[in-house]
Design a protein around this ligand. Structure first.
Ligand SMILES: NC(=O)C1=CN([C@@H]2O[C@H](COP(=O)(O)OP(=O)(O)OC[C@H]3O[C@@H](n4cnc5c(N)ncnc54)[C@H](OP(=O)(O)O)[C@@H]3O)[C@@H](O)[C@H]2O)C=CC1
Ligand SMILES: O=C(O)C1=N[C@H](C(=O)O)C[C@H](O)C1
Length: 243
C-alpha cells in the first residue's frame, strides 16, 4: 500500500516513520503550501492520511476528486460545512473519519451508548478533556464526538466552560478543556448522581496509539468501495487491538 501524509507536524512525522517501519511505501508529508508531492505521486497513491489543519481539507478533496484515492481524515476542529463536504466526497472516494483513532475511545463511545440512557434523567453529565500545550483547537474533536454520543438528539443545552453568576445547573452538559505540558490526550465523562459519581476516563499515554489506529484505518479502507467509514467499521472488522 502506498500512502501520502498531509501534515508535517507531530502526527505526520510519526505516521511516516511507523508506515516505513511496517514496510509500507510512504511518499512522505506535504501540505497546501507545498502540494507538489501529492501532485507528482497522484497516480501511485492508494491512501492519503490527513493529520494537519482544517484549512487543508477542501484542497485535499479537490485533489482526490475523480481518482480512486482513499482518505483517512484525522484533523480535528472541522466546521459543519467541512464535515458536509467530507460526507459528499465519500460518494466518490472511500473516506475514513475519526476524531480519535485509539481503540479505547472507540470502546468509550460504545459504553456511553449503553450507560447514558440509564443515567441521563437522574445524573448531571460533564465532559473534561486535557491535552498538551501545543493543541490549537478546543474543545478536542474527541470531546465533541463524545458529546454527540451522549446527546445525539440535542436534548441538553451544551455549556462550553462556566464563568460568573451562572445560576443553578439546568438541563445541560458542561464541556471543559484543560491545556498543559505534554499530555497526549485525556478524556473523562463524569456522571454526578445523588450521593454517587460514576467516572469513565480514557488516557492516551502516547500519540503512538493514534498513529497505529490511523494506519489500521488506512489498511482497512484501501480498495474498499466508496463510502464513509468510522471506528465502528474497524471494530467490526476486528482489525483493532494492540500495536
Ligand atoms: N484523530 C486522531 O486520532 C488525532 C487527531 N489529531 C489531530 O491532527 C491534527 C494535527 O495534530 P499534530 O500533528 O499534533 O499538530 P502539529 O501542530 O504538530 O502539526 C500541524 C500541521 O498542520 C500544519 N498547519 C498548521 N496550520 C495550517 C494552516 N493554516 N494551513 C495548512 N496547514 C497548517 C502545520 O504546518 P506548520 O508547522 O508549517 O504550521 C503542521 O504541518 C490536529 O487537528 C489534531 O487535533 C492529533 C492526534 C490524533
Ligand atoms: O491534538 C491532539 O493531540 C489530539 N487531537 C484529537 C482530538 O482533538 O480529539 C485526538 C487526541 O485526543 C489528540
Amino acid at each position: 500500500m502506498n500512502i501520502l501524509i498531509v501534515g508535517k507536524g507531530k502526527m505526520g512525522q510519526l505516521i511516516d516513520a511507523k508506515a516505513k517501519a511496517l514496510g509500507l511505501t510512504s511518499f512522505g508529508c506535504c501540505d497546501v503550501l507545498d502540494p507538489s508531492l501529492l501532485q507528482q505521486k497522484k497516480e501511485d497513491i492508494d491512501v492519503i492520511l490527513d493529520f494537519s489543519h482544517p484549512d487543508n481539507l477542501m484542497w485535499i478533496l479537490k485533489e482526490i476528486e475523480g481518482t480512486s484515492i482513499a482518505l483517512v481524515e484525522g484533523t480535528t476542529g472541522l466546521q459543519e460545512e467541512q464535515l458536509e463536504a467530507l460526507k459528499a466526497a465519500s460518494k466518490n472516494n472511500p473516506i475514513f473519519y475519526a476524531t480519535n483513532y485509539s481503540y479505547g475511545i472507540a470502546l468509550f463511545h460504545k459504553l456511553l451508548k449503553e450507560v447514558v440512557p440509564l443515567l441521563k434523567d437522574s445524573f448531571d453529565i460533564e465532559i473534561v478533556e486535557t491535552h498538551h500545550n501545543q493543541k490549537v483547537d478546543a474543545p478536542s474533536g474527541t470531546a465533541l464526538s463524545l458529546l454527540e454520543s451522549i446527546d445525539p438528539d440535542h436534548e441538553f443545552e451544551h455549556i462550553f466552560g462556566r464563568q460568573g453568576n451562572v445560576g443553578a445547573r439546568k438541563k445541560e452538559i458542561g464541556i471543559h478543556a484543560l491545556r498543559g505540558g505534554t499530555i497526549a490526550g485525556i478524556h473523562e465523562v463524569d456522571f454526578f448522581g445523588e450521593d454517587e459519581v460514576l467516572e469513565i476516563k480514557h488516557t492516551a499515554t502516547s500519540r503512538q496509539i493514534f498513529v497505529n489506529g490511523a494506519i489500521k484505518a488506512a489498511l482497512f479502507i484501501a480498495n474498499k468501495p466508496n463510502g464513509l467509514y468510522s471506528m465502528d467499521d474497524l471494530l467490526k472488522g476486528e482489525l483493532h487491538g494492540r500495536s
